[in-house]
Design a protein around this ligand. Structure first.
Ligand SMILES: Cc1cc2nc3c(=O)[nH]c(=O)nc-3n(C[C@H](O)[C@H](O)[C@H](O)COP(=O)(O)OP(=O)(O)OC[C@H]3O[C@@H](n4cnc5c(N)ncnc54)[C@H](O)[C@@H]3O)c2cc1C
Length: 323
């Protein structure tokens, strides 16, 4: 599939990388042409022109100030579980908050816990269970980080990430840090306005119950949710639900009713288990996935009169360029 895309300005990426490396300091990790496919759950797509793992908030702030002055776009990467990376990669600086400096889990002793943006939700569930903090069980099986879950207001089993938020620490694109209470955030279905451009550094989350819960009870609830997912979702590589549910309806049901389960493009397939998942059987390209996205949308539009909107984000690009 060939698509005419808006050309990115030509840049001397080697020179930019060298200058950025000296701005952030030797403790941060920076690489050129870092493949992003392996850093996503769908496992497709090209490389980041520059990939940065800042060592700490000071290095992150230095990076943001650098890219701002240089006029280079930046993109936050969490676990890459809600992303489709285009085959041509990402023309910009991809920033990942990886490592212990970004993965705090610090209970406050008052039913709250401070979590770093890089902490995986799976780790959060496990650590919360041990700490007797109930209320995070619904996050089990969402393969993202705290930062990605805040940006997406991730939700499952009737719970939403922002239900549990007390305050969020974020860094503005100018490199300034602020702590904001829950009330300062405008969130809805898979969206948080304040994190569209800013980077979440961490969040204080509140347990759903006031008293400490026995770890066995929390673990039992996690098991219930885990089994539900195992029964209803494919095991192959995917980015979760591809389309948002239209108001009062289910995207998966509409796609299923259009007879699209099993539809294939190369090694990408509309999952026969869950019609709102596109799975990669190994070796699919982003173009394969994009072609399926277009075919599914067209069929649902014609047969059901519904225009499905992607939930998965096109990393570094806008869907309007492709759809
Ligand atoms: C098998 C499977 C099941 C899933 N089930 C669910 C589900 O039940 N419910 C659900 O809501 N989602 C689900 N998802 C989608 C995905 O896991 C969530 O959206 C998750 O919150 C994304 O987190 P991430 O760290 O992977 O973010 P990424 O995919 O890396 O990024 C998503 C967005 O968040 C931004 N971002 C990442 N980190 C930060 C940060 N620190 N600060 C600001 N922005 C940031 C990125 O720039 C991007 O815009 C599922 C995915 C898979 C593969």
């Amino acid at each position: 599939m060939s698509i005419a895309l808006a050309a990115s300005p030509a840049r001397d990426w080697d020179a930019l990388a060298a200058a950025l490396a000296s701005a952030v300091g030797a403790a941060s990790r920076l690489r050129r042409e870092e493949p992003l496919g392996p850093r996503t759950t769908l496992r497709v797509g090209g490389a980041a022109r520059i990939f940065l793992e800042p060592a700490d908030p000071a290095a992150l702030a230095a990076a943001l100030r650098f890219v701002r002055t240089a006029g280079v776009p930046f993109f936050s990467l969490g676990r890459g579980s809600n992303l489709l990376v285009p085959d041509e990669g990402v023309d910009g600086v991809v920033i990942a908050l990886e490592g212990p400096a970004w993965s705090a889990f610090t209970p406050g002793g008052d039913g709250t816990v401070w979590t770093g943006a890089g902490l995986r939700l799976k780790q959060l569930c496990g650590l919360a269970t041990k700490a007797g903090l109930a209320g995070f069980e619904f996050l089990e099986g969402i393969p993202g980080t705290v930062g990605g879950a805040l940006r997406m207001n991730a939700g499952a089993m009737g719970g939403w990430m922002f239900d549990r938020v007390e305050e969020v620490e974020l860094m503005s694109p100018e490199g300034d840090i602020a702590r904001r209470p829950r009330a300062a955030f405008h969130v809805d279905y898979r969206h948080c306005r304040e994190l569209r451009d800013a980077i979440a550094l961490g969040a204080r989350l509140r347990s759903g119950v006031t008293a400490a819960a026995p770890a066995e009870d929390i673990a039992r609830q996690i098991d219930v949710y885990r089994r539900k997912r195992q029964e209803s979702q494919p095991r192959e590589a995917s980015a979760g639900c591809v389309f948002k549910n239209p108001p009062g309806d289910s995207a998966g049901r509409l796609i299923d009713q259009c007879g699209l389960k099993g539809l294939r493009e190369g090694a990408a397939e509309v999952s026969p288990i869950h019609a709102n998942f596109i799975v990669n059987h190994g070796g699919a390209s982003a173009a394969d996935v994009l072609a399926l996205v277009r075919r599914v949308r067209a069929a649902v539009r014609v047969q059901k009169g519904v225009e499905l909107q992607p939930e998965v984000l096109l990393f570094g690009r806008r869907w309007e360029e492709y759809l």
